[in-house]
Design a protein around this ligand. Structure first.
Ligand code: GLN
Length: 308
């Protein structure tokens, strides 16, 4: 299988379609991005990286950060986290508030905003917000083995000014006793984790531990146990694309996590960690061309968690 040829073919197929979808303009700083960009990076478990298009351009990882914060929270509190957040697909939008009241402030899963805010609250325990942000940034640099990764302060501030829904979600959970720190402190960390800027290449490196039984094959760093890697992948498959998770599983067949910056991290266990980026989003808030590119990739490679 010639992976370089496959990623090149995908990038050429996407070229005439650049700009499709709708940019996330509810975060003003994200609305300024050039929609006509597309990047793809595939890093295999034997350490080779194949790239096409804008694979080295940093973008706002947004909700993809939720996978890594979940990893940190599991490291700190283990399975006890599941008393404060569920493990079921939500069937609603990433920023929905409706389910929360019915379910007494316990979010459906760690990948919708409410669930991610609870996870961030856990990571914040015992720290000042700036220390938690520092811990997250160091963790990402360690995972990707790249100290040049930074947080885009403009994006963080932009969301801080306009994140009314997230403020509502956090306060609502506070009322149910499921937030232990002040909403503004937790959200300060949450907006900064979302504002992390990474390229497809860096992201594909950072995700490798999930493709390789918990250990990054590039660095040899053991990040999580094999069982935990499997479980994080299970959550990504069932909940990683919000209300589009079923469709993503059907079309792509791999665990994946999307962000409103237009990025998607997908994991082919035992094979590769894949990052794709194109800013235009589909109706459920996942990268339009990114999802299609991954569908093409799995068709060409035969990668799937549902058979071979
Ligand atoms: N920072 C974004 C928000 O909270 C993340 C959402 C996303 O990427 N789906 O709205």
């Amino acid at each position: 299988m010639n992976l370089q040829e496959i990623v090149d073919d995908i990038a050429s197929a996407m070229k005439p379609r650049l700009g499709e979808g709708k940019i996330a303009d509810y975060i003003p700083e994200l609305a300024r991005i050039d929609a006509k960009q597309f990047g793809l990076a595939v890093t295999t478990v034997d350490g080779e990286t194949f790239t096409a298009g804008d694979a080295s351009v940093p973008f706002s990882i947004q909700s993809i950060s939720k996978v890594f914060m979940l990893t940190l929270a599991l490291g700190k509190a283990g399975e006890s986290i599941w008393s404060r957040v569920g493990r079921e697909p939500s069937g609603s939008a990433f920023n929905s508030i409706v389910q929360l009241e019915h379910e007494h402030g316990i979010p459906r899963n760690p990948f919708i905003n409410a669930g991610a805010i609870v996870i961030t609250d856990m990571v914040l325990a015992g720290h000042a917000p700036r220390e938690a942000i520092g811990e997250f940034l160091r963790f990402m640099r360690y995972l990707a083995d790249d100290d040049s990764i930074t947080i885009d302060e403009k994006v963080a501030r932009s969301e801080q000014k306009t994140g009314y829904r997230n403020v509502a979600l956090a306060n609502f959970m506070h009322a149910f006793g499921n937030l232990h720190h002040a909403a503004e402190l937790v959200l300060g960390v949450y907006f900064h984790q979302c504002a992390l800027a990474m390229s497809c290449v860096q992201l594909s490196h950072a995700g490798l531990y999930l493709a390789n039984r918990g250990t990054n094959p590039l660095t040899g760093f053991s990040v999580v146990s094999e069982k935990r890697a499997r479980r994080i992948n299970a959550l990504m498959l069932t909940c990683g694309h919000y209300d589009g998770s079923g469709d993503f599983a059907y079309r792509v067949g791999l665990p994946g996590k999307s962000g409103v910056g237009g990025g998607i991290l997908a994991i082919a266990p035992g094979k590769a960690s894949i990052a794709v980026w194109s800013p235009g989003l589909n109706k459920v808030g996942n990268s339009a061309l990114g999802s299609e590119a991954l569908e093409m990739l799995t068709q060409r490679t035969g990668w799937s968690v549902f058979g071979h």
